[in-house]
Design a protein around this ligand. Structure first.
Ligand code: IPM
Ligand code: MG
Length: 361
């Protein structure tokens, strides 16, 4: 197979971790007979420095023409005045929102899985962890508060800021279908999270999700209010299989879910359009304070590359080879500093990438 991948190293640790993920893809290509071609584009702070905007139209066009996108991370310290003393639509994160919208990536898949080897890093008590947990958050990514009308103006002499939360039934239906499709390949449970006791958008959400559920009689659908879900995640994480939710709730809950795995440096994510096109990125940010030190954990990005092989290119065997290689280095006791524990062997970013490459079979 010949795959054209747009690569966005981005800011902070982005370039280091993306380099390792491309190295792993190249190894997969060599072992399984595929060619991965990379075209780099700038996005985030580095694009602001070069072009004055976080994402140029040309860069977006390049991404559109490719088969998939691999992203490191964008943004700097929010106090970094060079990138943040400007209008919100010119900040690094605006590039991320623009590429999500521009590529129609409405379905954000964020797995949160507890590695047995890393259970000690989980901040929850052993009795709560039980046999561990393995969930996927399916977050709607191109609607809701993130993309509604937004402005600040004087109303009756009082400065007033307005953000709008809008969802139409089609936006809800398409993300619900993706969630149920994924649940069919897992433990066949969808917990749909909303705030239907307050919000109209949530009441429509519930109605549409229930309609979609009728086409999936094997899948159990439960509704949960978002505040309760935040609580349940730390009380009984094992109950979750697929969590289906809107953009802002998904942003917040996915940080919570990643935290209880104890290792945000391990979590991958995929953002998909209606078809096979996707943008793949680690769940963590650009960590500017540790950039360039060869200590960042590249595993989340490497696992995101595995998700790319599975979801965009239908290369399940190859994706599994990457996941198995990651599992193997952990079993052998190799750790980057963020997941380091007694009796383990500490390695840097480059070394971790190399160890994983060597174990691709
Ligand atoms: C995420 C991030 C982004 C979001 C920010 C950087 C705009 O927090 O991907 O979860 O809120 O979606
Ligand atoms: Mg977030």
């Amino acid at each position: 197979m010949n795959c054209n991948i747009t690569v966005i190293p981005g800011d902070g640790i982005g370039p280091e971790i993306v380099r390792e993920a491309c190295g792993v893809l190249d190894k997969v290509g060599a072992v399984y007979g595929h060619t991965f071609n990379y075209t780099k584009i700038l996005m985030g702070g580095c694009s602001i420095d070069e072009y004055g905007v976080p994402l140029t139209d040309e860069a977006l066009e390049t991404a559109k023409k490719s088969d998939s996108v691999l992203l490191g991370a964008v943004g700097g310290n929010v106090g970094n005045s060079r990138w943040y003393d400007v209008a919100p639509n010119l900040r690094p994160e605006a590039g991320l929102l623009a590429i999500r919208k521009g590529l129609g990536l409405f379905a954000n898949i964020r797995p949160a899985y507890l590695y047995k080897e890393l259970a000690d890093a989980c901040p929850l008590k052993k009795e709560i962890i039980g046999d561990g947990f393995d969930m996927v958050i399916m977050r709607e990514l191109t609607g809701g508060l993130y993309f509604g009308d937004r402005y600040t103006k004087e109303i009756d002499g009082v400065t007033t800021a307005v953000d709008t939360l809008t969802y139409n039934e089609n936006e809800i239906r398409r993300i619900a279908i993706k969630a149920f499709d994924i649940a069919m390949k897992r433990r066949k449970s969808v917990i749909s999270v909303d705030k239907a006791n307050v919000l109209d958008s949530s009441r429509l959400w519930r109605k549409v999700v229930e309609e979609v559920a009728k086409d999936y009689p094997e899948v159990t659908l439960t509704h949960m209010l978002v505040d309760n879900c935040a609580m349940q995640l730390v009380m009984n994480p094992g109950q979750f299989d697929v969590i289906l939710t809107e953009n802002m709730f998904g942003d917040i809950l996915s940080d919570e879910a990643s935290m209880i795995t104890g290792s945000i440096g391990m979590l991958s994510s995929a953002s998909l359009n209606e078809g096979k096109f996707g943008l793949y990125e680690p769940s963590h940010g650009s960590a500017p304070d540790i950039a360039g030190k060869d200590i960042a954990n590249p595993i989340a990005t490497i696992l995101s590359a595995a998700m790319m092989l599975r979801y965009s290119f239908d290369l399940d065997k190859e994706a599994k080879a990457i996941e198995d290689a990651v599992q193997q280095v952990l079993t052998e006791g190799y750790r980057t500093v963020d997941i380091m524990a007694d009796g383990c062997k500490q390695v840097g970013t480059t070394e971790m990438g190399k160890l994983i490459c060597e174990r691709i079979k």
